[in-house]
Design a protein around this ligand. Structure first.
Ligand code: PRX
Length: 660
């Protein structure tokens, strides 16, 4: 095996090599990789397709069940599918106790790295001890089976303890990404009826300390979130924060005082967690995952896609607050008993080569990140990668948005030294686990295409008008067969679950919301969302929720938000705003609108550009023509505008846009 020495890389050498590689359509697994791969049976998909329920039962059988299931798949109330009915299982038992009992308690679960260079090695035994005691503490705080526990924490080991402790006693966690504002946490706590919130005094971000607890207090009083009884606070930064008597307790103190509890056998279909995600409306969707099927899907796909071996050191750069963090930082890796690297900080802090420094230092073998991060690394330059010895890497993964071939090739050449397969993994919060990708020891990858459905899954591209199957060509992505880690419903909103996912093609074919192209080899090329969901740096937002945050500003009359293609972030938010009479557009108003968005949703939802306008392009019936707004932002020809009530509006908008 030849190991490319990354130190020889220069911008010019990389450019030249990428120009060559762009000519290559397929990248077959390297012999050295294929020879050691876990999955080498070319018939694995066909075998799974012949009897999918038997295949999934076999995968579920790798987990430890306290009671075997009676039925693998119950479709009697489709689309409310049930998997492994009658079985009981506990997730924390599978992620922790099982490994410790097998004598693997000293194995490191996480090499945790703080942004100021601190490190903690968290073993499986340590995690078990903490989790069992924190589960006891939650019980003492009044949390029982089915109760919702909010988690709003930075990337620290306690976030894993809190999640697993919930699963140990059958509480349902509702994790909110730390980048969302306390206001949006409050909304998610209120709609899910959360009883307890686990949060921190503050978080560190790029050398600064941001208080969390004070903003939680501000947004989560008894009126705003009546269900919330207790707030557990992790002492993370050590800053002074107000604590409310009778409601707030310190994480370390309750943990110290509590007795360890055993894992509670849970029904396979017991709710495991809710994760709010953006849909077509301003109201986020509470995507509900359940116990047995989710763990089966997350652990199986993690093992297969990352070609896991016992000595792997796996590093997923996502945040635990997203589904990628749930499935591929916490549940998949822990169920499979692997060692992971967990990094607290931003990819460019304390320097732009921190990920590669950690890969070198920990001997990372499998690395998983998002296209937007790869594009940022490309922009920062190879000099941040070149000093690091990345020869331990064996496989690279990508997730969250389509990856452009150039970024794919850069990842393959610069980071992977042309020896590591790149798996482009397509999935969603709703699917719980990876659905489409290449099996790294078996399938050739085509840069820009996610690849083929994993074993046990079926994926189709359907004609948008007729609904027929498109063998080769473009259409709507659909999954015509249930799978274990699928969402079960939208929390407390079953009607929206049915209307969002199952109305379009009927109760047996899941409507994904993406458009895609299927090529002659059956590879899927995801094009993008067909609804009003936007994907900024792999973060999912809805145009409606950004609009509703903007119009919350008292000076705003109306707003229309669209996504514009962006070289770095995939898509970027552009907001067109009309102001109330009497208010003039100014830098101050713009700053205030941005502050309103940051407060209501989070800084990640601030538009790249706000365009103030007298009017929005509307049809004669008053409907805003978003297509035109997108065309203006992407500087395309506008075509026919005669259906507009006032065609002159778009000319003015185009001029505004060009003025910058
Ligand atoms: O449009 C697809 C895109 O991200 C959407 C799902 O977003 P979310 O639920 O936040 O989950 C992201 C992490 C799994 C999808 O509907 N998407 C995700 N992965 C890919 C992708 N688009 C193209 N290629 C991918 N690999």
């Amino acid at each position: 095996m030849t190991t490319k020495n990354a130190r020889e890389l220069t911008e010019a050498s990389v450019e030249a090599r990428l120009a060559e590689l762009l000519q290559q359509e397929r990248f077959a697994p390297q012999e050295a990789f294929a020879a050691q791969a876990e999955i080498t049976d070319p018939e694995i998909r066909a075998r799974a397709a012949a009897d999918p329920t038997a295949y999934w039962a076999e995968q579920a059988g790798r987990l430890r069940w306290s009671r075997a299931w009676d039925q693998v798949l119950d479709s009697s109330e489709a689309p409310f599918y049930r998997w492994f009915s009658g079985g009981t299982i506990n997730v924390s038992d599978n992620c922790l106790d099982r490994h410790v009992e097998a004598g693997r308690g000293d194995k490191v679960a996480y090499h945790w790295h703080g942004e100021e260079g601190e490190t903690r090695d968290i073993t499986y035994a340590w995690l078990l001890e903490r989790t069992a005691r924190f589960a006891g503490a939650l019980r003492e705080l009044g949390v029982g089976k089915g109760d919702v526990v909010g988690i709003y924490l930075p990337m620290i080991p306690e976030v894993v303890v809190a999640m697993l402790a919930c699963t140990r006693i059958g509480a349902v966690h509702n994790v909110v990404f730390g980048g969302f504002s306390a206001g949006s946490v409050a909304e998610r706590m209120e709609v899910s009826g959360a009883k307890v919130l686990v949060t921190a005094d503050g978080a560190r971000r790029k050398g600064r300390t941001a208080p969390i607890k004070p903003s939680v207090d501000e947004h989560m009083g008894p009126e705003a979130v009546p269900s919330l009884q207790r707030v557990v606070v992790v002492r993370n930064t050590g800053i002074d924060v107000p604590m409310t008597d009778g409601r707030d307790v310190w994480f370390d103190e309750v943990l110290e005082a509590a007795d360890a509890v055993d894992p509670e056998p849970m029904d396979a279909e017991a709710p495991l967690f809710i994760l709010y995600s953006s849909g077509s409306t301003a109201k986020p969707k509470g995507i509900l995952h359940t116990t047995g099927g989710y763990l089966t899907g997350a652990s199986t796909t993690h093992r297969q896609v990352f070609d896991l071996h016992d000595d792997d050191v796996y590093f997923c750069s996502a945040d635990v607050g997203w589904i990628t963090g749930h499935s591929y930082i916490v549940y998949g890796p822990l169920a499979n008993g692997v060692t992971s690297v967990m990094y607290e900080g931003a990819p460019d802090y304390p320097h732009k080569g921190i990920w590669w420094e950690l890969c070198e230092r920990r001997g990372v073998t499998k690395f998983y990140t998002a296209p937007t991060a790869i594009r940022a690394c490309m922009k920062w330059g190879v000099e941040h990668v070149a000093p690091h010895d990345l020869s331990s890497l064996k496989l690279l993964g990508s997730v969250g948005e389509p990856i452009n071939p150039k970024a794919w090739l850069w990842y393959w050449h610069v980071v992977g030294g042309e020896r590591c397969p790149v798996v482009d993994t397509w999935w969603q919060t709703e699917t719980g686990a990876i659905v489409i990708t290449t099996l790294p020891g078996l399938d050739a990858a085509k840069p820009g295409s996610a690849g083929l459905p994993l074993p046990g899954y079926e994926v189709q591209v359907l004609d948008a008008e007729q609904g027929g199957v498109v063998e080769e060509g473009e259409g709507l992505l659909a999954i015509p067969r249930p799978w274990p880690s699928m969402l079960r419903t939208l929390y407390q909103d079953p009607d929206r679950y049915v209307s969002t996912y199952w109305d379009r093609f009927g109760p047996t074919t899941y409507f994904v919301g993406d458009s895609a192209r299927r090529d002659a080899d059956g590879y899927t090329w995801v094009i993008g969302r067909v609804d009003d969901v936007i994907n900024v740096s792999g973060h999912r937002l809805s145009t409606a929720e950004v609009e509703s945050a903007i119009v919350a500003h008292p000076a705003v009359a109306e707003s229309a938000v669209v996504a514009k293609a962006d070289d770095l972030t995939g898509q970027a938010i552009v907001a067109y705003v009309t102001l109330q009479g009497g208010t003039d557009a100014s830098a101050d108003v713009e700053a205030e609108i941005n502050a309103t968005i940051a407060d209501r949703i989070g800084k990640l939802a601030r538009p790249k550009r706000i365009v103030f306008t007298q009017d929005l392009p509307k049809t004669r019936s008053g409907k805003i023509m978003r297509r035109l707004l997108r065309d203006i932002a992407e500087e395309r020809d506008l075509g026919d505008t005669t259906t507009l009530a006032d065609p002159s509006v778009v000319d003015q908008l185009q001029q505004r846009w060009q003025q910058g």
